[in-house]
Design a protein around this ligand. Structure first.
Ligand code: NDP
Length: 283
């Protein structure tokens, strides 16, 4: 009897526009190769008006799932068969998983951050401050709220977006939250345990500092930045010079990738392989 030969690979996609600066494919493929998983991850430029057609095509080709990024994180919901808990609260999806023929939307951004922060502290009962109220801030604040933080301050430049996030948190979680309108250098209150930059300030090529009064950052604070390019942002450098413990955005990126691969393949991959690839890309 001849042995069966199969070159089959399961397919995973990544839809976005713009998308060519997204490092996820390199990171995920490194994990697939390291664990010899018969999977391929394909980044595809998909404009907003082509989302429905792209998703139909992906289903026809039997994809096991996909990541979606700007501008599809909310629009994709209308096309899916269901949502996981976090995605349903956040009303945003960054990871879709095929389960028994149904495509279910998950949100792994906030979960990735939680795994990263838990390497340095347990956020339960902590006083947290978040700069920003966009998609990343939404994902991180929802997960922190579900994890039972004591109090949350959202600091955002535009009042509208800030109010939207605070309303979502008050409606869908039990967190005690207040909104501060951001003007000039912000002085971080001394009672904060965790301070997180969830804005796009500091992202390459405009590697600028977060407008914060440096002296208000205390050594007792854990200061985090979601930016991965570059990982050691001016904000983290200022926090480090004040004696704070710092946490870069690479851990969040790696962990959301790891969680996605677990959803798609069932395999818990080694995060170090992915971290190494990301560090190599941004070195
Ligand atoms: P959004 O565009 O949804 O939100 C951007 C946020 O940044 C808004 O709150 C915006 O404020 C604020 N902002 C931007 N520029 C300024 C400025 N000059 N001054 C004050 N506030 C400013 O982006 P996302 O939330 O999706 O992503 C934010 C960043 O998080 C990304 O740049 C990305 O690098 C990072 N990220 C990292 C991940 C990781 O895995 N490490 C995952 C996801 C994101 P306003 O409302 O006033 O416009």
């Amino acid at each position: 009897m001849s042995s069966e030969i199969s070159f089959k690979k399961e397919l995973i996609g990544n839809f976005g526009y713009p998308v060519w600066d997204n490092p996820t494919e390199a990171m995920v493929e490194a994990a697939f190769a390291h664990h010899n998983l018969k999977f391929r991850y394909v980044t595809t430029e998909v404009k907003a008006e082509n989302l429905k057609a792209a998703f139909e095509g992906l289903k026809a080709m039997g994809y096991k799932g996909f990541n979606c990024t700007i501008p599809h994180k909310v629009a994709i919901i209308d096309h899916l068969d269901g949502l996981g808990e976090s995605a349903s609260i956040m009303e945003a999806v960054n990871c879709v998983v095929e389960r028994d023929g149904k495509y279910i939307g998950e949100n792994t951004d906030g979960k990735g951050f939680m795994e990263s922060i838990r390497t340095v502290t347990d956020p339960a009962e902590k006083n947290v401050l978040i700069f920003g109220a966009g998609g990343a801030a939404r994902a991180v604040s929802v997960e922190l709220s579900l994890a039972g933080i004591n109090h949350l301050i959202i600091v955002n430049r535009s009042t509208n977006r800030g109010e939207g996030l605070v309303e979502l948190l008050r409606t869908k979680t039990n967190v005690d939250v207040e909104l501060i309108n951001w003007q000039g250098d912000y002085s971080v209150p001394a009672d904060r345990d965790i301070v997180i930059n969830c804005t796009s300030i500091g992202l390459s090529p405009d590697v600028i500092r977060v407008p914060v009064l440096k002296e208000s950052l205390q050594p007792s604070m854990i200061v985090c930045d979601l930016i991965v390019n570059p990982p050691h942002t001016p904000f983290l450098q200022e926090a480090e010079s004040q004696g704070c413990q710092i946490l870069d955005g690479v851990g969040m990126l790696v962990n959301q990738g790891r969680i996605g691969i677990k959803y798609w393949s069932g395999v818990d991959v080694d995060p170090e392989v992915m971290r190494k690839k990301i560090e190599e890309i941004y070195s």
